[in-house]
Design a binder for this molecule. Structure first.
Ligand code: NAD
Ligand code: IPM
Ligand code: MN
Length: 351
């Protein structure tokens, strides 16, 4: 019997509505397999937890979850209770950093039964490799006030090590796909980090002669995501560029509620963390209409990560079968609830 121990952190908002649903799906998948069990241990870390305890997780929180096989997270953030920079840096970003989850993999592709807002989309299937540990998300900087001036300085950090490993990860993935890597740059406007990024990209690409490359400025690249997403295979991007691109990736698929993500620890020292691209969706909390597909597709990425790629593929096929039958939440044009969509996916899986 293969037992996968999961630390489950539903977090805030719709995270709490979709994580239990995706857990139901994973339990059903395990049933199908026979020799596989998912053990979930739930942690209540969230903005409400912060109000009660003064921090987003206990002091030994990381210690509590470091030996799990994976972390399954919903969403973090409730600005009515806690400022975002405190809640996110106290939980989500803290785990990404401390557990050296230096790569964030975020696919976007046309899904059967979900209308893309693009009027005539070609069949796109792309993968953004987002540098997940440094770049524009740095805590180096400060705010300065004096009598006649107020100033904020935010530094970005691009290390050779961090940049190279994101790029190598992208090239390795491209070799298993259509063999193309696009680098997201902005070396026309950002004078230190991005020319450095371009230099490293050129250098690393020499080690992968079978992979084709191109480099696009992030502004043009964002536009191409909308006008010609089918031209992309793997895209490697800095932390912030990757963040923005992957919301566009979600949007062209049809909804931010369906996009999955994996924060990968590549040195095997700590667990990886699986969480969808979307946030806590404060505007739809409690309505029972959150799209569970982002969290469920994220569960597929977790299955793949644990070597269960056949089950993962079967799960994505089942999702597409359900959406093709018109069973969809309102964000993708349907009238079904979170629970109805999940239950249909489970029924389809087990059929
Ligand atoms: P958001 O992703 O929460 O919401 C943006 C829009 O997408 C909203 O209209 C929302 O209703 C919709 N949406 C999101 N998930 C959906 C789902 N599953 N089904 C249907 N519709 C869905 O982004 P935001 O409004 O910028 O952020 C809200 C909060 O979430 C903030 O506190 C933010 O910092 C946080 N956030 C957390 C994460 C994370 O934990 N990974 C990611 C993004 C944002
Ligand atoms: C994401 C989110 C986070 C990020 C925020 C909430 C800090 O937008 O995971 O895409 O920017 O990484
Ligand atoms: Mn984001």
């Amino acid at each position: 019997m293969k037992i996968v121990n999961i630390a489950s952190i539903p977090g805030d908002g719709v995270g709490r509505e979709v994580v239990p649903e995706a857990e139901r799906v994973l339990k059903a998948i395990a049933e199908l397999h026979g020799g596989l069990t998912f053990e979930f241990t739930s942690f209540p870390w969230s903005c409400e937890y912060y109000l009660e305890n003064g921090s987003m997780m206990p002091e030994d929180g990381l210690e509590q979850i470091k030996d799990f096989d994976s972390i399954f997270l919903g969403a973090v953030g409730n600005q009515r209770l806690v400022p975002d920079h405190i809640s996110l840096w106290g939980l989500l970003i803290k785990i990404r950093r401390e557990f050296e989850q230096v790569i964030n993999v975020r696919p976007a592709k046309l899904i059967k039964g979900i209308n893309s807002p693009l009027s005539n989309p070609k069949d796109f299937d792309l993968l953004v490799v987002r540098e997940n540990s440094e770049g524009e998300y740095s805590s180096i900087g400060g705010r300065i006030y004096n009598e006649d001036e107020e100033l904020a300085i935010q530094n970005a950090v691009f290390s050779r090590r961090g940049t190279e490993r994101a790029m190598r990860y992208a090239f390795e993935l491209a070799k298993t796909r259509r063999g193309h890597v696009t680098s997201a740059t902005k070396s026309n406007g950002i004078v230190y980090s991005m020319p450095f990024w371009d230099d490293v990209f050129k250098e690393i690409s020499k080690d992968y002669p079978s992979v084709e490359v191109d480099s696009q400025h992030i502004d043009a690249l964002a536009a191409f995501f909308v006008t010609q997403p089918e031209r992309f295979d793997v895209i490697v991007a800095s932390n912030l560029f990757g963040d923005i691109l992957t919301d566009i990736g979600a949007a062209i698929m049809g909804s931010i509620g369906i996009a999955p993500a994996a924060n990968i620890n590549i040195n095997g020292k700590y667990p990886s963390m699986f969480e969808p691209v979307h946030g806590s969706a404060p505007d739809i909390i409690g309505k029972g209409i959150a799209n569970p597909i982002g969290q469920i597709w994220t569960a597929k990425m977790m299955l793949d990560h644990h070597g269960e790629t056949e089950l993962g593929d079967h799960l994505l096929d089942s999702i597409e079968e359900v959406t093709s039958r018109g069973i969809r939440t309102p964000d993708i044009g349907g009238t079904s609830s979170t629970t109805e969509v999940t239950s249909e996916i489970i029924k389809t899986l087990l059929r």
